[in-house]
Design a protein. Structure first.
Length: 90
């Protein structure tokens, strides 16, 4: 079962999972607030919903907190460089 994201605090942990992604009813009781509700049944599925959510998050972060936005981009670049095989891309 794919978990899109998890939120936890001292009261426990909640997850957005296939129970939400495969849902057919109109009401979402998940912590995602409906963003991924029934997404597996739509064209593009959960993967496309995740892509859209990520793009919207980065766009709002760029507008509201450019410093954090650029810090995330630098971290992603570093992660990509670490993922390259020895000697880097040629
Ligand atoms: Zn959900």
């Amino acid at each position: 079962m794919t978990t899109v994201f998890t939120l936890g605090n001292s009261d426990g942990e909640r997850r957005c999972t296939a129970a939400c992604h495969d849902a057919t009813g109109p009401v979402c009781a998940c912590l995602c607030g409906g963003r991924f509700h029934g997404a597996a049944r739509k064209p593009g599925g959960v993967e496309e919903a995740l892509q859209e959510a990520g793009e919207q998050f980065l766009a709002s972060l760029k507008a509201e907190d450019p410093e954090s936005y650029h810090a995330i981009l630098r971290a992603v670049d570093r992660q990509r460089q670490l993922a390259l095989p020895m000697g880097g891309a040629r």
